[in-house]
Write a protein that binds this ligand. Structure first.
Ligand SMILES: [Zn+2]
Length: 629
Protein backbone atom coordinates (compact mmCIF):
# COMPACT_ATOMS: atom_id res chain seq x y z
CA UNK A 1 0.00 0.00 0.00
CA UNK A 2 1.61 3.30 1.07
CA UNK A 3 5.39 3.59 0.97
CA UNK A 4 5.82 6.86 2.76
CA UNK A 5 4.31 8.61 5.72
CA UNK A 6 2.33 11.80 5.46
CA UNK A 7 4.62 14.71 6.29
CA UNK A 8 1.74 17.16 6.58
CA UNK A 9 0.70 15.80 9.96
CA UNK A 10 2.79 14.93 12.99
CA UNK A 11 2.43 11.42 14.30
CA UNK A 12 1.96 12.99 17.75
CA UNK A 13 -1.18 14.76 16.49
CA UNK A 14 -2.78 12.12 14.29
CA UNK A 15 -1.26 8.65 14.08
CA UNK A 16 -3.86 7.36 11.62
CA UNK A 17 -3.35 10.13 9.08
CA UNK A 18 0.42 10.17 9.56
CA UNK A 19 0.48 6.52 8.50
CA UNK A 20 -2.37 6.45 6.00
CA UNK A 21 -2.98 10.06 4.93
CA UNK A 22 -0.83 10.03 1.84
CA UNK A 23 -2.41 6.87 0.55
CA UNK A 24 -5.92 8.05 1.42
CA UNK A 25 -5.45 11.36 -0.45
CA UNK A 26 -4.50 9.50 -3.63
CA UNK A 27 -6.76 6.44 -3.36
CA UNK A 28 -9.85 6.24 -5.51
CA UNK A 29 -12.76 4.15 -4.30
CA UNK A 30 -13.67 1.82 -7.19
CA UNK A 31 -17.19 2.56 -8.43
CA UNK A 32 -18.47 -0.87 -7.39
CA UNK A 33 -17.22 -0.49 -3.80
CA UNK A 34 -18.37 1.54 -0.81
CA UNK A 35 -14.83 1.70 0.61
CA UNK A 36 -11.24 0.78 -0.16
CA UNK A 37 -7.99 0.05 1.70
CA UNK A 38 -6.81 -2.43 4.36
CA UNK A 39 -9.13 -5.42 4.67
CA UNK A 40 -10.94 -4.61 1.44
CA UNK A 41 -7.76 -4.59 -0.65
CA UNK A 42 -6.83 -8.00 0.73
CA UNK A 43 -10.32 -9.26 -0.04
CA UNK A 44 -9.99 -8.01 -3.60
CA UNK A 45 -6.66 -9.77 -4.00
CA UNK A 46 -8.05 -13.09 -2.74
CA UNK A 47 -11.01 -12.64 -5.07
CA UNK A 48 -8.72 -11.98 -8.02
CA UNK A 49 -6.65 -15.10 -7.34
CA UNK A 50 -9.74 -17.23 -6.90
CA UNK A 51 -11.44 -15.90 -10.04
CA UNK A 52 -8.39 -16.73 -12.10
CA UNK A 53 -8.32 -20.28 -10.74
CA UNK A 54 -12.07 -20.82 -11.11
CA UNK A 55 -11.94 -19.75 -14.75
CA UNK A 56 -9.14 -22.23 -15.29
CA UNK A 57 -11.28 -24.99 -13.82
CA UNK A 58 -14.12 -24.20 -16.21
CA UNK A 59 -11.80 -25.19 -19.07
CA UNK A 60 -10.04 -28.02 -17.28
CA UNK A 61 -12.04 -29.50 -14.38
CA UNK A 62 -10.29 -30.14 -11.08
CA UNK A 63 -10.01 -33.64 -9.61
CA UNK A 64 -11.97 -32.43 -6.58
CA UNK A 65 -15.65 -33.25 -7.01
CA UNK A 66 -16.89 -30.61 -4.56
CA UNK A 67 -14.79 -27.90 -6.13
CA UNK A 68 -16.15 -28.85 -9.53
CA UNK A 69 -19.67 -28.44 -8.24
CA UNK A 70 -18.79 -24.91 -7.12
CA UNK A 71 -17.26 -24.26 -10.55
CA UNK A 72 -20.39 -25.61 -12.23
CA UNK A 73 -22.52 -23.13 -10.27
CA UNK A 74 -20.03 -20.36 -11.05
CA UNK A 75 -20.36 -21.12 -14.75
CA UNK A 76 -24.14 -21.25 -14.53
CA UNK A 77 -24.23 -17.73 -13.02
CA UNK A 78 -22.05 -16.41 -15.86
CA UNK A 79 -24.52 -17.72 -18.48
CA UNK A 80 -26.97 -14.81 -18.82
CA UNK A 81 -29.04 -16.27 -21.62
CA UNK A 82 -29.78 -19.27 -19.47
CA UNK A 83 -30.65 -17.27 -16.35
CA UNK A 84 -33.76 -15.55 -17.78
CA UNK A 85 -35.38 -18.99 -18.25
CA UNK A 86 -36.21 -18.90 -14.53
CA UNK A 87 -38.67 -15.99 -14.91
CA UNK A 88 -41.86 -18.11 -15.03
CA UNK A 89 -40.75 -20.16 -12.06
CA UNK A 90 -40.24 -17.02 -9.95
CA UNK A 91 -43.56 -15.44 -10.93
CA UNK A 92 -45.44 -18.67 -10.27
CA UNK A 93 -43.75 -19.02 -6.90
CA UNK A 94 -44.66 -15.43 -5.99
CA UNK A 95 -48.27 -15.85 -7.10
CA UNK A 96 -48.80 -18.68 -4.65
CA UNK A 97 -48.99 -15.98 -1.96
CA UNK A 98 -52.23 -14.67 -3.48
CA UNK A 99 -54.00 -17.53 -1.70
CA UNK A 100 -53.16 -16.25 1.78
CA UNK A 101 -55.99 -14.04 2.97
CA UNK A 102 -56.46 -14.93 6.62
CA UNK A 103 -54.89 -16.50 9.66
CA UNK A 104 -56.50 -19.82 8.79
CA UNK A 105 -55.14 -19.71 5.19
CA UNK A 106 -51.77 -18.96 6.71
CA UNK A 107 -52.06 -21.84 9.20
CA UNK A 108 -52.68 -24.26 6.38
CA UNK A 109 -49.89 -22.91 4.23
CA UNK A 110 -47.19 -22.18 6.84
CA UNK A 111 -45.38 -25.48 6.45
CA UNK A 112 -45.28 -25.13 2.66
CA UNK A 113 -44.16 -21.51 2.91
CA UNK A 114 -41.48 -22.29 5.47
CA UNK A 115 -40.26 -25.32 3.59
CA UNK A 116 -39.92 -23.37 0.36
CA UNK A 117 -38.18 -20.33 1.80
CA UNK A 118 -41.00 -17.82 1.45
CA UNK A 119 -40.63 -14.66 3.53
CA UNK A 120 -42.62 -15.20 6.73
CA UNK A 121 -43.73 -12.57 9.24
CA UNK A 122 -41.13 -14.07 11.58
CA UNK A 123 -37.72 -15.72 11.24
CA UNK A 124 -37.11 -19.15 12.68
CA UNK A 125 -34.10 -21.44 12.74
CA UNK A 126 -31.98 -23.91 14.68
CA UNK A 127 -28.94 -22.62 16.52
CA UNK A 128 -26.63 -23.56 19.40
CA UNK A 129 -28.44 -23.17 22.71
CA UNK A 130 -26.79 -20.39 24.69
CA UNK A 131 -27.89 -22.01 27.95
CA UNK A 132 -26.42 -25.42 27.04
CA UNK A 133 -23.97 -25.21 24.15
CA UNK A 134 -23.83 -29.01 23.74
CA UNK A 135 -27.28 -28.95 22.17
CA UNK A 136 -29.34 -26.99 19.69
CA UNK A 137 -32.54 -25.07 20.16
CA UNK A 138 -35.18 -23.51 17.98
CA UNK A 139 -34.97 -19.72 17.83
CA UNK A 140 -37.61 -17.22 16.79
CA UNK A 141 -37.28 -13.54 15.95
CA UNK A 142 -38.89 -10.76 13.93
CA UNK A 143 -38.24 -10.14 10.23
CA UNK A 144 -35.74 -7.55 9.07
CA UNK A 145 -36.85 -4.08 8.03
CA UNK A 146 -36.32 -2.34 4.68
CA UNK A 147 -34.17 0.43 6.19
CA UNK A 148 -31.15 -1.31 7.76
CA UNK A 149 -31.94 -0.06 11.27
CA UNK A 150 -35.16 0.80 13.09
CA UNK A 151 -33.72 4.16 14.23
CA UNK A 152 -33.39 5.20 10.57
CA UNK A 153 -37.19 5.46 10.26
CA UNK A 154 -37.02 8.67 12.31
CA UNK A 155 -34.13 10.16 10.35
CA UNK A 156 -34.64 13.13 7.98
CA UNK A 157 -33.75 11.08 4.89
CA UNK A 158 -36.03 8.10 5.66
CA UNK A 159 -38.72 9.35 3.30
CA UNK A 160 -36.30 9.85 0.41
CA UNK A 161 -34.73 6.42 0.91
CA UNK A 162 -38.09 4.66 1.00
CA UNK A 163 -39.02 6.54 -2.18
CA UNK A 164 -35.93 5.04 -3.88
CA UNK A 165 -37.06 1.62 -2.67
CA UNK A 166 -40.57 2.22 -3.95
CA UNK A 167 -39.43 3.28 -7.41
CA UNK A 168 -37.05 0.36 -7.65
CA UNK A 169 -39.79 -2.15 -6.79
CA UNK A 170 -42.24 -0.51 -9.21
CA UNK A 171 -39.74 -0.68 -12.07
CA UNK A 172 -39.04 -4.35 -11.39
CA UNK A 173 -42.71 -5.34 -11.04
CA UNK A 174 -43.59 -3.51 -14.25
CA UNK A 175 -40.78 -5.17 -16.11
CA UNK A 176 -41.94 -8.56 -14.86
CA UNK A 177 -45.48 -7.58 -15.96
CA UNK A 178 -46.88 -8.15 -12.49
CA UNK A 179 -50.21 -6.34 -12.07
CA UNK A 180 -51.05 -3.80 -9.33
CA UNK A 181 -47.45 -2.81 -8.72
CA UNK A 182 -48.37 0.45 -6.98
CA UNK A 183 -50.78 -1.31 -4.62
CA UNK A 184 -48.25 -4.06 -3.84
CA UNK A 185 -45.47 -1.65 -2.99
CA UNK A 186 -47.69 0.62 -0.86
CA UNK A 187 -48.84 -2.37 1.16
CA UNK A 188 -45.25 -3.56 1.48
CA UNK A 189 -44.19 -0.22 2.93
CA UNK A 190 -47.20 -0.16 5.28
CA UNK A 191 -46.36 -3.63 6.64
CA UNK A 192 -42.68 -2.75 6.96
CA UNK A 193 -43.60 0.33 8.99
CA UNK A 194 -45.55 -1.84 11.43
CA UNK A 195 -42.58 -4.24 11.72
CA UNK A 196 -40.13 -1.38 12.30
CA UNK A 197 -41.99 -0.40 15.47
CA UNK A 198 -41.73 -3.80 17.16
CA UNK A 199 -38.32 -5.25 16.23
CA UNK A 200 -34.93 -4.49 17.78
CA UNK A 201 -32.49 -1.78 16.72
CA UNK A 202 -28.83 -2.60 15.98
CA UNK A 203 -27.91 -1.25 19.41
CA UNK A 204 -30.37 -3.66 21.05
CA UNK A 205 -29.12 -6.60 18.96
CA UNK A 206 -25.54 -5.83 20.08
CA UNK A 207 -26.45 -7.10 23.57
CA UNK A 208 -26.77 -10.70 22.45
CA UNK A 209 -27.18 -12.16 25.92
CA UNK A 210 -30.60 -10.47 25.90
CA UNK A 211 -31.51 -12.67 22.91
CA UNK A 212 -31.66 -15.70 25.17
CA UNK A 213 -35.27 -15.88 26.33
CA UNK A 214 -36.52 -19.48 26.53
CA UNK A 215 -40.34 -19.56 26.27
CA UNK A 216 -42.43 -22.70 26.77
CA UNK A 217 -44.02 -23.75 23.48
CA UNK A 218 -47.55 -23.22 24.88
CA UNK A 219 -46.79 -19.62 25.67
CA UNK A 220 -45.52 -18.99 22.12
CA UNK A 221 -48.63 -20.66 20.70
CA UNK A 222 -50.79 -18.28 22.73
CA UNK A 223 -48.96 -15.25 21.38
CA UNK A 224 -49.38 -16.09 17.67
CA UNK A 225 -52.53 -16.29 15.56
CA UNK A 226 -51.77 -19.47 13.61
CA UNK A 227 -51.17 -23.15 14.33
CA UNK A 228 -47.54 -22.92 15.31
CA UNK A 229 -47.44 -26.35 16.93
CA UNK A 230 -48.50 -28.12 13.72
CA UNK A 231 -45.80 -26.29 11.80
CA UNK A 232 -43.19 -27.56 14.26
CA UNK A 233 -44.49 -31.13 14.21
CA UNK A 234 -44.47 -31.17 10.39
CA UNK A 235 -40.96 -29.84 10.31
CA UNK A 236 -39.25 -31.50 13.27
CA UNK A 237 -41.37 -34.58 13.96
CA UNK A 238 -41.62 -33.59 17.61
CA UNK A 239 -42.31 -30.03 18.68
CA UNK A 240 -39.60 -28.74 21.03
CA UNK A 241 -40.72 -27.94 24.58
CA UNK A 242 -39.01 -24.55 24.58
CA UNK A 243 -38.39 -21.92 21.96
CA UNK A 244 -35.71 -19.24 22.33
CA UNK A 245 -37.28 -15.86 21.69
CA UNK A 246 -34.66 -13.37 20.48
CA UNK A 247 -36.91 -10.31 20.67
CA UNK A 248 -39.81 -10.69 23.13
CA UNK A 249 -41.22 -7.29 22.17
CA UNK A 250 -41.81 -8.59 18.64
CA UNK A 251 -43.64 -11.69 19.86
CA UNK A 252 -45.76 -9.69 22.33
CA UNK A 253 -46.93 -7.57 19.41
CA UNK A 254 -47.26 -10.36 16.86
CA UNK A 255 -51.04 -10.63 17.01
CA UNK A 256 -51.57 -6.92 16.56
CA UNK A 257 -49.10 -6.93 13.66
CA UNK A 258 -51.09 -9.60 11.83
CA UNK A 259 -54.57 -8.59 12.93
CA UNK A 260 -56.56 -7.97 9.71
CA UNK A 261 -53.27 -7.41 7.96
CA UNK A 262 -52.89 -10.54 5.81
CA UNK A 263 -53.44 -8.37 2.73
CA UNK A 264 -50.39 -6.36 3.78
CA UNK A 265 -48.39 -9.45 4.67
CA UNK A 266 -48.90 -11.20 1.34
CA UNK A 267 -47.94 -8.09 -0.64
CA UNK A 268 -44.83 -7.62 1.53
CA UNK A 269 -43.87 -11.30 1.17
CA UNK A 270 -44.38 -11.17 -2.60
CA UNK A 271 -42.21 -8.09 -3.02
CA UNK A 272 -39.55 -9.45 -0.67
CA UNK A 273 -39.48 -12.78 -2.51
CA UNK A 274 -39.18 -11.12 -5.91
CA UNK A 275 -36.49 -8.68 -4.78
CA UNK A 276 -34.48 -11.48 -3.22
CA UNK A 277 -34.57 -13.59 -6.37
CA UNK A 278 -34.95 -11.35 -9.39
CA UNK A 279 -31.20 -10.72 -9.66
CA UNK A 280 -30.72 -14.39 -10.58
CA UNK A 281 -32.73 -13.82 -13.79
CA UNK A 282 -30.37 -11.43 -15.57
CA UNK A 283 -27.74 -8.73 -15.12
CA UNK A 284 -30.36 -6.09 -15.89
CA UNK A 285 -32.56 -7.30 -13.06
CA UNK A 286 -29.57 -7.67 -10.74
CA UNK A 287 -28.66 -4.06 -11.46
CA UNK A 288 -32.21 -2.85 -10.81
CA UNK A 289 -32.55 -4.85 -7.57
CA UNK A 290 -29.34 -3.30 -6.23
CA UNK A 291 -30.52 0.31 -6.62
CA UNK A 292 -31.69 0.75 -3.04
CA UNK A 293 -28.58 -0.75 -1.42
CA UNK A 294 -26.30 1.31 -3.64
CA UNK A 295 -28.15 4.46 -2.55
CA UNK A 296 -27.72 3.53 1.11
CA UNK A 297 -24.00 2.75 0.94
CA UNK A 298 -23.06 5.25 -1.76
CA UNK A 299 -21.73 2.68 -4.27
CA UNK A 300 -21.95 3.88 -7.86
CA UNK A 301 -22.38 0.66 -9.79
CA UNK A 302 -22.92 -3.04 -9.24
CA UNK A 303 -19.99 -5.44 -9.07
CA UNK A 304 -18.91 -7.17 -12.26
CA UNK A 305 -20.55 -10.44 -13.21
CA UNK A 306 -17.56 -12.62 -12.34
CA UNK A 307 -17.14 -11.05 -8.87
CA UNK A 308 -20.87 -11.49 -8.27
CA UNK A 309 -20.62 -15.13 -9.33
CA UNK A 310 -17.69 -15.71 -6.96
CA UNK A 311 -19.52 -14.11 -4.02
CA UNK A 312 -22.69 -16.06 -4.73
CA UNK A 313 -20.97 -19.45 -4.87
CA UNK A 314 -19.33 -18.54 -1.57
CA UNK A 315 -22.79 -18.51 0.03
CA UNK A 316 -22.97 -22.24 -0.64
CA UNK A 317 -19.46 -23.62 -1.10
CA UNK A 318 -17.40 -21.30 1.11
CA UNK A 319 -15.57 -24.07 2.96
CA UNK A 320 -14.81 -25.92 -0.27
CA UNK A 321 -13.28 -22.74 -1.70
CA UNK A 322 -11.56 -21.94 1.59
CA UNK A 323 -9.84 -25.32 1.82
CA UNK A 324 -8.73 -25.01 -1.79
CA UNK A 325 -7.36 -21.51 -1.14
CA UNK A 326 -5.68 -22.50 2.13
CA UNK A 327 -3.98 -25.60 0.71
CA UNK A 328 -2.70 -23.76 -2.31
CA UNK A 329 -1.75 -20.35 -0.93
CA UNK A 330 -1.03 -20.82 2.78
CA UNK A 331 2.00 -22.76 3.94
CA UNK A 332 2.43 -25.08 6.91
CA UNK A 333 5.39 -22.97 8.02
CA UNK A 334 3.24 -19.85 8.32
CA UNK A 335 0.60 -21.89 10.15
CA UNK A 336 3.13 -23.07 12.75
CA UNK A 337 4.41 -19.51 13.16
CA UNK A 338 0.92 -18.10 13.71
CA UNK A 339 0.06 -20.88 16.19
CA UNK A 340 3.08 -19.75 18.20
CA UNK A 341 1.86 -16.16 18.18
CA UNK A 342 -1.60 -17.30 19.36
CA UNK A 343 -0.11 -19.39 22.16
CA UNK A 344 2.06 -16.47 23.17
CA UNK A 345 -1.00 -14.21 23.27
CA UNK A 346 -2.87 -16.67 25.47
CA UNK A 347 0.09 -16.84 27.89
CA UNK A 348 0.09 -13.03 27.96
CA UNK A 349 -3.58 -12.95 28.72
CA UNK A 350 -3.05 -15.22 31.71
CA UNK A 351 -0.21 -12.99 32.83
CA UNK A 352 -2.50 -9.97 32.57
CA UNK A 353 -5.17 -11.72 34.60
CA UNK A 354 -2.72 -12.72 37.32
CA UNK A 355 -1.38 -9.17 37.59
CA UNK A 356 -4.91 -7.76 37.60
CA UNK A 357 -5.68 -5.48 40.57
CA UNK A 358 -9.45 -5.29 40.39
CA UNK A 359 -10.46 -8.97 40.25
CA UNK A 360 -10.64 -11.52 43.05
CA UNK A 361 -8.53 -14.68 42.87
CA UNK A 362 -11.69 -16.71 42.37
CA UNK A 363 -12.75 -14.85 39.22
CA UNK A 364 -9.20 -14.86 37.85
CA UNK A 365 -9.12 -18.66 38.08
CA UNK A 366 -12.41 -18.93 36.19
CA UNK A 367 -11.16 -16.57 33.49
CA UNK A 368 -7.97 -18.63 33.11
CA UNK A 369 -10.07 -21.77 32.75
CA UNK A 370 -11.87 -20.10 29.86
CA UNK A 371 -8.50 -19.45 28.21
CA UNK A 372 -7.35 -23.04 28.82
CA UNK A 373 -10.46 -24.41 27.12
CA UNK A 374 -10.31 -22.02 24.16
CA UNK A 375 -9.98 -23.87 20.82
CA UNK A 376 -7.73 -22.41 18.14
CA UNK A 377 -8.58 -22.79 14.46
CA UNK A 378 -5.95 -21.52 12.02
CA UNK A 379 -5.85 -21.50 8.23
CA UNK A 380 -8.55 -23.96 7.13
CA UNK A 381 -10.16 -27.19 8.41
CA UNK A 382 -8.56 -30.60 7.79
CA UNK A 383 -11.85 -32.01 6.66
CA UNK A 384 -14.72 -30.45 4.71
CA UNK A 385 -17.99 -30.53 6.65
CA UNK A 386 -20.65 -33.09 5.56
CA UNK A 387 -23.20 -30.47 4.62
CA UNK A 388 -21.20 -29.49 1.53
CA UNK A 389 -21.58 -33.01 0.12
CA UNK A 390 -25.35 -32.61 0.33
CA UNK A 391 -25.33 -29.47 -1.82
CA UNK A 392 -26.14 -31.18 -5.10
CA UNK A 393 -28.16 -29.45 -7.83
CA UNK A 394 -29.47 -30.21 -11.28
CA UNK A 395 -27.54 -28.38 -13.96
CA UNK A 396 -30.58 -28.39 -16.25
CA UNK A 397 -32.58 -26.11 -14.00
CA UNK A 398 -32.46 -22.32 -14.16
CA UNK A 399 -30.23 -20.43 -11.75
CA UNK A 400 -33.14 -19.15 -9.64
CA UNK A 401 -34.42 -22.72 -9.19
CA UNK A 402 -30.96 -23.99 -8.35
CA UNK A 403 -30.47 -21.30 -5.69
CA UNK A 404 -33.88 -22.09 -4.21
CA UNK A 405 -33.01 -25.80 -4.16
CA UNK A 406 -29.67 -25.13 -2.49
CA UNK A 407 -31.28 -22.86 0.12
CA UNK A 408 -33.77 -25.62 0.83
CA UNK A 409 -30.99 -28.17 1.34
CA UNK A 410 -29.09 -25.82 3.65
CA UNK A 411 -32.17 -25.01 5.72
CA UNK A 412 -33.10 -28.67 6.02
CA UNK A 413 -29.57 -29.52 7.04
CA UNK A 414 -29.63 -26.77 9.66
CA UNK A 415 -33.09 -27.75 10.96
CA UNK A 416 -32.23 -31.46 11.12
CA UNK A 417 -29.67 -30.63 13.79
CA UNK A 418 -32.37 -29.72 16.31
CA UNK A 419 -32.20 -32.96 18.32
CA UNK A 420 -28.53 -33.70 17.63
CA UNK A 421 -25.47 -32.82 19.68
CA UNK A 422 -23.44 -29.79 18.67
CA UNK A 423 -20.38 -30.58 16.55
CA UNK A 424 -17.64 -28.29 17.83
CA UNK A 425 -15.22 -29.11 15.04
CA UNK A 426 -17.09 -26.99 12.49
CA UNK A 427 -15.58 -23.73 11.29
CA UNK A 428 -17.73 -20.61 11.19
CA UNK A 429 -15.37 -18.81 8.79
CA UNK A 430 -13.81 -20.28 5.64
CA UNK A 431 -10.11 -20.18 4.72
CA UNK A 432 -10.60 -17.65 1.90
CA UNK A 433 -12.15 -15.05 4.24
CA UNK A 434 -10.15 -11.93 5.15
CA UNK A 435 -11.41 -11.73 8.72
CA UNK A 436 -11.14 -13.46 12.09
CA UNK A 437 -13.67 -14.33 14.76
CA UNK A 438 -14.46 -15.55 18.24
CA UNK A 439 -17.46 -17.86 18.54
CA UNK A 440 -18.93 -17.46 22.04
CA UNK A 441 -20.92 -20.72 21.88
CA UNK A 442 -17.82 -22.76 21.08
CA UNK A 443 -15.33 -20.61 23.00
CA UNK A 444 -13.09 -20.87 19.93
CA UNK A 445 -11.13 -18.44 17.78
CA UNK A 446 -10.74 -18.72 14.00
CA UNK A 447 -8.04 -17.12 11.86
CA UNK A 448 -8.63 -18.02 8.21
CA UNK A 449 -5.64 -18.40 5.87
CA UNK A 450 -6.65 -15.28 3.91
CA UNK A 451 -6.10 -12.84 6.80
CA UNK A 452 -2.65 -14.24 7.49
CA UNK A 453 -0.89 -11.94 5.03
CA UNK A 454 0.67 -8.45 5.09
CA UNK A 455 0.07 -5.95 6.59
CA UNK A 456 -1.43 -8.23 9.26
CA UNK A 457 1.26 -10.86 9.09
CA UNK A 458 4.31 -11.56 6.99
CA UNK A 459 7.56 -13.37 7.54
CA UNK A 460 9.13 -10.47 5.64
CA UNK A 461 8.06 -7.78 8.11
CA UNK A 462 9.55 -7.09 11.56
CA UNK A 463 8.37 -8.99 14.57
CA UNK A 464 7.14 -5.65 15.99
CA UNK A 465 5.03 -5.06 12.87
CA UNK A 466 3.55 -8.57 13.12
CA UNK A 467 2.56 -8.00 16.74
CA UNK A 468 1.08 -4.59 15.83
CA UNK A 469 -0.87 -6.39 13.08
CA UNK A 470 -1.95 -10.00 13.55
CA UNK A 471 -0.90 -9.95 17.23
CA UNK A 472 -3.48 -7.25 18.00
CA UNK A 473 -6.09 -9.04 15.87
CA UNK A 474 -5.50 -12.34 17.70
CA UNK A 475 -5.60 -10.52 21.04
CA UNK A 476 -8.82 -8.84 19.89
CA UNK A 477 -10.51 -12.19 19.19
CA UNK A 478 -9.34 -13.68 22.50
CA UNK A 479 -10.68 -10.57 24.25
CA UNK A 480 -14.18 -11.27 22.93
CA UNK A 481 -14.25 -14.06 25.51
CA UNK A 482 -14.13 -11.26 28.07
CA UNK A 483 -16.09 -8.44 26.43
CA UNK A 484 -19.46 -7.29 27.80
CA UNK A 485 -21.19 -10.29 26.15
CA UNK A 486 -18.44 -12.91 26.43
CA UNK A 487 -17.99 -12.17 30.12
CA UNK A 488 -21.46 -13.58 30.69
CA UNK A 489 -20.60 -16.97 29.14
CA UNK A 490 -18.48 -19.73 30.63
CA UNK A 491 -15.64 -21.87 29.25
CA UNK A 492 -18.12 -24.23 27.55
CA UNK A 493 -20.05 -21.47 25.81
CA UNK A 494 -23.01 -21.38 28.19
CA UNK A 495 -24.57 -18.26 29.66
CA UNK A 496 -23.42 -18.49 33.26
CA UNK A 497 -22.32 -16.02 35.87
CA UNK A 498 -18.80 -17.03 36.91
CA UNK A 499 -17.99 -13.72 38.58
CA UNK A 500 -18.22 -12.58 42.18
CA UNK A 501 -20.72 -9.73 42.51
CA UNK A 502 -18.06 -7.17 43.29
CA UNK A 503 -15.81 -8.20 40.37
CA UNK A 504 -18.69 -8.00 37.96
CA UNK A 505 -19.64 -4.56 39.27
CA UNK A 506 -16.05 -3.41 38.67
CA UNK A 507 -16.16 -4.83 35.16
CA UNK A 508 -19.40 -3.00 34.44
CA UNK A 509 -17.86 0.27 35.64
CA UNK A 510 -14.99 -0.25 33.19
CA UNK A 511 -17.42 -1.18 30.41
CA UNK A 512 -19.27 2.09 31.01
CA UNK A 513 -16.00 4.02 30.83
CA UNK A 514 -15.31 2.39 27.46
CA UNK A 515 -18.78 3.42 26.26
CA UNK A 516 -18.04 7.00 27.38
CA UNK A 517 -14.60 7.05 25.74
CA UNK A 518 -16.05 6.39 22.28
CA UNK A 519 -19.59 7.74 22.53
CA UNK A 520 -20.12 10.91 20.51
CA UNK A 521 -16.77 10.94 18.67
CA UNK A 522 -17.49 12.63 15.35
CA UNK A 523 -16.90 11.46 11.82
CA UNK A 524 -18.41 12.71 8.54
CA UNK A 525 -20.90 14.79 10.53
CA UNK A 526 -22.21 11.70 12.35
CA UNK A 527 -21.37 10.31 15.77
CA UNK A 528 -20.01 7.05 17.16
CA UNK A 529 -22.55 5.13 19.27
CA UNK A 530 -20.60 4.04 22.37
CA UNK A 531 -23.10 1.35 23.36
CA UNK A 532 -23.39 -0.19 19.90
CA UNK A 533 -19.59 -0.51 19.56
CA UNK A 534 -18.63 -1.32 23.16
CA UNK A 535 -17.93 -5.06 22.68
CA UNK A 536 -15.55 -4.35 19.79
CA UNK A 537 -13.84 -1.49 21.60
CA UNK A 538 -13.25 -3.69 24.66
CA UNK A 539 -11.85 -6.34 22.31
CA UNK A 540 -9.52 -3.82 20.60
CA UNK A 541 -8.36 -2.59 23.99
CA UNK A 542 -7.60 -6.11 25.23
CA UNK A 543 -6.03 -6.96 21.87
CA UNK A 544 -3.49 -4.15 22.03
CA UNK A 545 -2.77 -4.76 25.75
CA UNK A 546 -2.07 -8.46 25.29
CA UNK A 547 -0.07 -7.96 22.09
CA UNK A 548 2.15 -5.36 23.80
CA UNK A 549 3.13 -7.71 26.62
CA UNK A 550 3.55 -10.63 24.20
CA UNK A 551 5.96 -8.60 22.12
CA UNK A 552 7.90 -7.57 25.24
CA UNK A 553 8.26 -11.22 26.18
CA UNK A 554 9.46 -12.48 22.79
CA UNK A 555 11.74 -9.49 22.21
CA UNK A 556 12.98 -7.69 25.32
CA UNK A 557 14.61 -4.86 23.35
CA UNK A 558 11.56 -4.31 21.13
CA UNK A 559 10.75 -0.98 19.53
CA UNK A 560 7.12 0.13 19.78
CA UNK A 561 7.29 2.54 16.83
CA UNK A 562 6.82 -0.14 14.13
CA UNK A 563 4.23 -1.83 16.37
CA UNK A 564 1.93 1.22 16.48
CA UNK A 565 2.69 2.28 12.90
CA UNK A 566 1.53 -1.11 11.64
CA UNK A 567 -1.43 -1.10 14.03
CA UNK A 568 -2.58 2.13 12.34
CA UNK A 569 -1.83 0.68 8.91
CA UNK A 570 -4.14 -2.33 9.31
CA UNK A 571 -7.05 0.11 9.79
CA UNK A 572 -6.28 2.13 6.64
CA UNK A 573 -9.65 2.75 4.96
CA UNK A 574 -11.22 5.25 2.63
CA UNK A 575 -15.00 5.05 2.65
CA UNK A 576 -17.85 6.86 0.94
CA UNK A 577 -19.59 9.27 3.38
CA UNK A 578 -22.93 7.44 2.98
CA UNK A 579 -21.23 4.19 3.94
CA UNK A 580 -19.46 5.70 6.94
CA UNK A 581 -22.80 7.03 8.22
CA UNK A 582 -24.51 3.70 7.62
CA UNK A 583 -21.84 1.80 9.56
CA UNK A 584 -22.04 4.26 12.44
CA UNK A 585 -25.71 3.31 12.72
CA UNK A 586 -25.58 -0.46 12.27
CA UNK A 587 -22.03 -1.77 12.77
CA UNK A 588 -20.81 -3.05 16.13
CA UNK A 589 -17.29 -2.14 14.97
CA UNK A 590 -16.33 1.50 15.45
CA UNK A 591 -14.86 3.42 12.51
CA UNK A 592 -11.29 2.48 11.52
CA UNK A 593 -10.04 6.01 12.25
CA UNK A 594 -10.94 5.79 15.95
CA UNK A 595 -10.05 2.13 16.32
CA UNK A 596 -6.53 3.33 15.60
CA UNK A 597 -6.42 6.88 16.96
CA UNK A 598 -8.61 6.63 20.06
CA UNK A 599 -7.45 3.22 21.20
CA UNK A 600 -3.67 3.82 21.14
CA UNK A 601 -4.03 6.83 23.48
CA UNK A 602 -4.70 4.39 26.31
CA UNK A 603 -1.18 2.89 26.24
CA UNK A 604 1.95 4.30 27.88
CA UNK A 605 4.09 2.48 25.25
CA UNK A 606 2.52 4.71 22.62
CA UNK A 607 3.48 7.88 24.53
CA UNK A 608 7.05 6.62 25.00
CA UNK A 609 7.51 5.45 21.39
CA UNK A 610 6.65 8.83 19.89
CA UNK A 611 7.54 11.10 22.81
CA UNK A 612 4.02 12.45 23.11
CA UNK A 613 3.62 15.61 25.19
CA UNK A 614 0.64 17.22 26.84
CA UNK A 615 0.43 19.77 24.02
CA UNK A 616 0.03 17.06 21.34
CA UNK A 617 -3.41 16.20 19.95
CA UNK A 618 -2.94 12.49 20.61
CA UNK A 619 -2.34 13.18 24.32
CA UNK A 620 -4.89 11.89 26.79
CA UNK A 621 -4.52 12.72 30.48
CA UNK A 622 -3.40 9.62 32.44
CA UNK A 623 -6.60 9.58 34.52
CA UNK A 624 -8.65 9.30 31.32
CA UNK A 625 -6.66 6.37 29.89
CA UNK A 626 -8.41 3.06 30.09
CA UNK A 627 -7.03 -0.46 30.10
CA UNK A 628 -9.60 -3.12 30.91
CA UNK A 629 -7.61 -6.35 30.85
ZN1 LIG B 1 -14.42 -8.28 17.07
Amino acid sequence: MQNEFNDNVRVQDDLYNYVNGKWISKAKIPSDQSSTGGFIDLRNNVEKIMLKDLKKFIKKPSKDELLNRAVMLFNKILDENDRIKGKDYLIKKANYLDNINSASDFSQATFYLYNNNYPLPFNMGVSEDMGDATKFSLCLMGPSTILPDTTMYNSPNAKALLEVYKNMVLTILNKLEIADGEDLVNKTLAFDKLISKIVKSSEEWADYIKCYNPYPLDKVCELVDFDFKSLLISRYGIAPKNIIIYDPKFLDNYKSLMNNNYNLYKAWAKVKLILGNVGYLSEEYRNLAGTFNRTINGTKKMVSLDKYAYRLINNYYDEVLGVYYGKKYFGEEAKADVINIVKNLIISYKELLHKNNWLSKETIEKACLKLDKMEIKIGYPDKINDRYYALVFSENKSLVEIINDLDKILNEYSDNRLYNNVDRTIWVMSGNTVNACYNPSFNDITFPAAILQAPFYSKEQSIEANYGGIGCVIGHEISHAFDNNGAQMDELGNIKNWWTDEDYKNFQTKTNLMIEQFDGLELEGAKVNGKLSVSENIADNGGVTSSIISLKRVKSDCNFKPFFLNYAKIWCTKARPEYTKLLLTIDVHGPAYYRANMQVRNFSEFYQAFDIKESDTMYLAPEKRLIIW
